[in-house]
Design a protein around this ligand. Sequence first.
Ligand code: ATP
Length: 346
Amino acid sequence: MAGIQIERVGKRFGGALALDSVSLDVADGEFVALLGPSGCGKTTLLRIVAGLETRSSGAVRIGGRDVSDLRPADRGLAMVFQNYAVFPHMTVFDNVAFGLRMQKKPREDIERKVRRAAALLQIEPYLDRYPAKLSGGQRQRVAVARALAVEPAVLLMDEPLSNLDALLRLEMRAELKSVLREAKTTTLYVTHDQTEAMGLADRIAVMQQGRIVQADAPTTVYSRPASTFVGGFVGSPPMNFVKVTASGRSARLDALDLRPPADGDLLLGFRGEDVQLVPPDEGMTFVVKVAEPMGSHLLLTGSAAGCPVRVVAPPTASVHAGDRLGLRPDPDRIAWMSQDSGLALD
Ligand code: ATP
């Protein structure tokens, strides 16, 4: 068993609080993505788990063992960090073989595992080269191959695909997902890219200003965000939030009747694709400012009830800038929030 338990970990840099009592359990074999905007504390948390950064408070356990005060090499994990330190004086082959040689694996074993990791990361053609003769993206893949080659029980990764172009990134994402799932590797993965987190993770832990504000399955984070911050950060376009005031558990927006779970000043949260386009007198009035044909869909940007709204319409929809439409959000997919706290109501 090799789960990771992060228990009330706090970190101060001088007077600044970078992590505020963060707790997170990553189950054995689970893939958890730490997702959040720049500066929210993702890298600091990962570095504390790795033992590369000291904590101010709290504890880290790996496989049930308190590793808080152990050196990185003694924590029983492999890691790939943003600045992908590959050894410049070793060939790609020797770089990928490094951990296996440290483990004193037999030669044939090393050869087989290096070839397998290299094939996965598409770096076979460069096995004899030195890192100086590689592009940034190729070097990054060497670092990932080196970590995977040892088949670690626990793997920490910080933006390991950040230097790859879009297509390769997509391919590597799928490869990583299948290999880590097959090997049941417990993985904690830092990214600020929400599509990467959605695609890869069993659970996404969304961070905001040094705290985890939601840790759930990707579909839950997407459709049931815990706050306006999460709804706005996860998903592209971000979730829409329209102000409404409810009394007697009912509210009206233009021609749309709503049944909110509470009274007072609320936000009606809905995804741009969870909405039906209807004639203007049958829904909330949406004024289109821009219509962008995206190929797979038509992205409409405009406003409803004085709030900015984006709608994902079918690619063939005949909608133009200046049009007035009615919107009917799917009642089963509405996320109600409090205007005061920005937190979900149900
Ligand atoms: P990014 O995606 O930009 O890497 P992040 O979410 O990983 O951001 P961290 O790098 O963990 O964020 O930084 C969290 C906070 O701690 C930031 O406010 C950052 O400025 C601060 N910080 C990080 N490292 C140090 C350091 N060595 N000394 C002082 N402050 C630091």
